[in-house]
Design a protein around this ligand. Structure first.
Ligand SMILES: Nc1nc2c(ncn2[C@@H]2O[C@H](COP(=O)(O)OP(=O)(O)OP(=O)(O)O)[C@@H](O)[C@H]2O)c(=O)[nH]1
Ligand SMILES: [Mg+2]
Length: 240
């Protein structure tokens, strides 16, 4: 049973270390404008290194355990509550491990272009081929500007998430944690605690107390936290 994150008493959707300035209203509205007006295209899918499309624009990647909500969040970010065009293969799954290939979506507006990438999940229900595809992709892609490591907020950070973060660190790829499915009642009623727990986990994995820790709570179903995540992407790419 799901419930919206209650907003009457402004529940926290993101937490920042004190040295990171919160976004300005202007950054929020520019980010929102970009995501609403950008031309959206499904670039394609790849399951082997040979199939990886050549991408020459900044790329933002969504990674996480199987079933943690990657595809759903990506769809909510790109399309909001609009209908997804039938030509775009962007379907959430009921079976863990259902996204078996890497899928690329481009957003293009004057002077700004980016590609959002949906990766297969790791952990339960995944295959070693999916693990290999993730490793190959991370090794081959030089223009990844950020990897959002999605954590089902009702489940929390698992050893497999820590291993992925180590892989990213080993390749000097920036990452942030994002909590998903925060509309679920067991999360929404203790959103502050969940957020603080993810921020602590993020700081512990980063191994640097002053690290750029920024954690967002989202719900694809309730379209919560999606504007915050769009703004974070916009700031990083254009207006930091
Ligand atoms: N309540 C709730 N359910 C969600 C949310 N996001 C995804 N789900 C559900 O979680 C399940 C998995 O969602 P997906 O988006 O396919 O997850 P995924 O991480 O892409 O899964 P794989 O590609 O199989 O690893 C589906 O049944 C979704 O409907 C959310 O924000 N809230
Ligand atoms: Mg998926």
């Amino acid at each position: 049973m799901s419930a919206r994150i209650r907003t009457t008493t402004r529940r926290p959707l993101y937490a920042l270390r004190q040295h990171i300035l919160p976004p300005t209203p202007s950054q929020r509205s520019k980010a929102s404008w970009f995501f609403h007006t950008a031309e959206k295209k499904y670039v394609g899918a790849a399951s082997t290194a040979a199939e990886l499309p050549e991408i020459n624009v900044p790329q933002i990647v969504f990674i996480g355990r199987t079933n943690c909500g990657k595809t759903s969040l990506l769809r909510a970010l790109i399309y909001g509550t609009d209908n997804v065009p039938s030509t775009h293969i962007i379907r959430p799954s009921s079976t863990p491990g259902s996204t078996k290939d890497l899928r690329f979506y481009s957003l293009t507006a004057p002077q700004t272009q980016l590609v959002l990438t949906d990766l297969p999940g790791y952990g339960y229900g995944s295959s070693s081929a999916q693990g290999d595809a993730i490793t190959t992709f991370l090794d081959a892609s030089l223009n990844i500007r950020m990897v959002y490591v999605l954590i089902d907020a009702g489940v929390g950070v698992k050893p497999s998430d820590r291993r992925i973060v180590s892989m990213l660190d080993a390749r000097a790829i920036p990452w942030r944690l994002v909590g998903t499915k925060c509309d679920k009642r067991d999360v929404s009623k203790r959103a502050g605690t969940v957020l603080a727990g993810l921020l602590d986990a993020s700081a512990a994995m980063r191994n640097a107390p002053d690290g750029p820790d920024e954690v967002l709570l989202t719900s694809a179903t309730a379209a919560q936290g999606t504007n915050e995540l769009r703004t974070a992407m916009w700031r990083m790419l254009v207006d930091g």
